[in-house]
Design a protein around this ligand. Structure first.
Ligand code: NAP
Length: 522
């Protein structure tokens, strides 16, 4: 999301009359009311930040509204925090780091494993929370909880396997070793589109190797982060190891950047904010990991299996209503299969049921906010003004709010905004190409390089094209590729570093070379 659009977000803050954040249940739709009441009664809606193991309000009592994008209902308020609370969280994380890093990997592993067990045991409640604050359908929300919890389990195991090295010494009286040690306090800033998984993908490996963290979830989806933090406390992860602050994003970000105690910034979000953080981290020379925006091409060759390509492109494009960084942003279709693909794809898109994610059978929830809808509208307007044809959808959904009809555009070209920038919504532009070379050129003609998809039945072509694509993730005949065991991250302006897999833990480790000299031989 661009900074301009970010400025149009739905949040606002108010001064709470009491120091306790409040629930607003009266005006809610029956479905949301039932879910919120259930979650509130079972303690899953936390309405305070977590600093040093204590649930706290903002010092000045300011609060932030958390709303359900499907209904506009106000779910509750949370503290609108800033510099003071972030500084306290950093101090607490720094203090806890001194003892947490000294535990053995096996001990930390036990705590993480317990946290994983709790996340899994409460996946229904957590999924409901995700759907309530983010809007995605329950089925997808449940998938996110499983995916998110998997990072905790995976890194609970990896905690025991942070191996160093013994290097062959060129001198016989020396022994050379490499130790791996935790980098220190980590500032983790996460977006709204995966309210759990973007957090666990960072703090799973961080906690596993002995770091402590200050997490800043998006102001739009803080509740899942807070519920996950509560479960971490219940799992015995020590107070201060996992802090959560939310509110004034730039103030929190600047405080994390300025602190010499914070040794690492890990961020998932827009490229514009990522660049700011990277520049800000230079002042204190912090380690930085960035998972930024994408502009994923999905290339369908003439020799692709039509059903596989349609199903794959549908999954790659319309998951989370098109609001993921790996969503297919441009569907490049070879001219020989173009008409057949366009018809079959539009038919499949028409079947997607739009509605409140809490309703059974819904496949497309609302967009996150009004700014997101306006962005989609402006991209479609730009495309149609330049000759694109709406094959299906193309307007706001009759359900109102921020629901948008799943849309397919034909006759799009590389001059249109929609092929150059991430639309982050349920719009699939189809672009025609003639040759393999042309497809590769079109696919790589962008500053982004996160995910790409290729549909072909020719195994040699699948290798040639995969190797030529300047992307961090490539799905061949597959539209859903993310898994905890594989490295996730981008080329070019899509980011720095990798999350998940055996590689992900390295982002939180320093290497220390040790030379033992003057060793006496017998
Ligand atoms: P965003 O506007 O960049 O926000 C991401 C996070 O940064 C939020 O917590 C936001 O806080 C915070 N933030 C905003 N301005 C900040 C500042 N000046 N200093 C510090 N923090 C700041 O992105 P988004 O709209 O939430 O997410 C969508 C973007 O994320 C898309 O571009 C998508 O491609 C990308 N994304 C990438 C990946 C990946 O793995 N590569 C995964 C998911 C999403 P508030 O929300 O409180 O303002």
């Amino acid at each position: 999301m661009s900074i301009a659009f970010a400025a149009m977000r739905r949040s606002s803050y108010t001064i709470c009359t009491t120091w306790t954040a409040t629930f607003h249940l009266r005006k809610m739709s029956a479905e949301s009311l039932a879910a919120v009441t259930r979650l509130k009664d079972s303690g899953f809606i936390k309405t305070q930040g977590l600093v040093g193991g204590k649930w706290v309000d903002a010092e000045d009592g300011k609060t932030l509204k958390v709303e359900n994008p499907a209904t506009g209902d106000l779910i509750c308020t949370v503290p609108y925090m800033g510099q003071k609370e972030t500084s306290q969280a950093i101090s607490s994380a720094y203090e806890t780091f001194q003892s947490w890093k000294k535990l053995s990997g096996a001990e930390r592993s036990k705590h993480l494993r317990k946290w994983y067990d709790l996340l899994t045991a409460h996946k229904e409640e957590l999924a409901q929370l995700v759907t309530l604050e983010q809007g995605k359908p329950m089925k997808e929300a449940l998938g996110e909880i499983t995916y998110g919890a998997d990072f905790v389990e995976f890194y609970a195991e990896e905690a025991k396997r942070v191996y160093g090295d013994l290097l062959p010494s060129p001198l016989t009286d020396r022994r050379l070793l490499v130790l791996k040690q935790p980098v220190g306090v980590v500032g983790a800033i996460t977006p709204w589109n995966f309210p759990l998984a973007m957090i666990t993908r960072k703090i799973g490996p961080a906690l596993a190797c002995g770091c402590t963290v200050v997490v800043k979830p998006s102001e739009l989806t803080p509740l899942t982060a807070l519920a996950a933090a509560e479960l971490a406390l219940q799992a015995g992860i020590p107070p201060g190891a996992f802090n959560v602050v939310m509110g004034n994003a730039s103030e929190i970000g600047d405080t994390l950047l300025a602190s010499p105690q914070v040794r690492k910034i890990t961020f998932t979000g827009s490229t514009a904010v990522g660049k700011k953080l990277m520049a800000g981290a230079a002042e204190t020379v912090k380690k930085v990991s960035l998972e930024l925006g994408g502009n994923a091409p999905c290339i369908v060759f003439d020799d692709a299996e039509l059903d596989v390509a349609v199903k794959g492109a549908l999954a790659a494009k319309f998951r989370n209503s098109g609001q993921t960084c790996v969503c297919a942003n441009r569907i490049l279709v070879q001219e020989g299969i173009y008409e057949k693909f366009a018809n079959a794809f539009a038919d499949a898109v028409q079947q997607l049921q739009v509605g409140n994610g809490l309703t059974e059978g819904v496949a497309q929830g609302p967009l996150i906010n009004e700014a997101a809808v306006q962005k989609v509208e402006s991209f479609i307007r730009d495309a149609t003004n330049k000759g694109a044809k709406v094959l299906i959808g193309g307007k706001r959904h009759s359900l109102g709010m921020t629901f948008y009809e799943p849309t397919v555009l034909g006759n799009t070209n590389t001059e249109m905004l929609i092929s150059r920038e991430e639309v982050f919504g349920p719009v699939a532009p189809l672009l025609r190409f003639k040759t393999e070379e042309e497809a590769i050129h079109m696919a790589n003609d962008t500053n982004a390089g996160l995910a790409a998809y290729v549909f072909t039945n020719d195994i040699s072509r699948s290798w040639r094209v995969t190797e030529a694509l300047e992307y961090g993730l490539v799905g061949v005949n597959e539209g859903l590729v993310s898994t905890v065991v594989a490295p996730f991250g981008g080329y070019k302006q899509s980011g720095l570093g990798r999350e998940g897999s055996k590689y992900g833990i390295d982002e939180y480790l320093e290497l220390k070379y040790v030379c033992l000299g003057n060793m006496k031989s017998a």
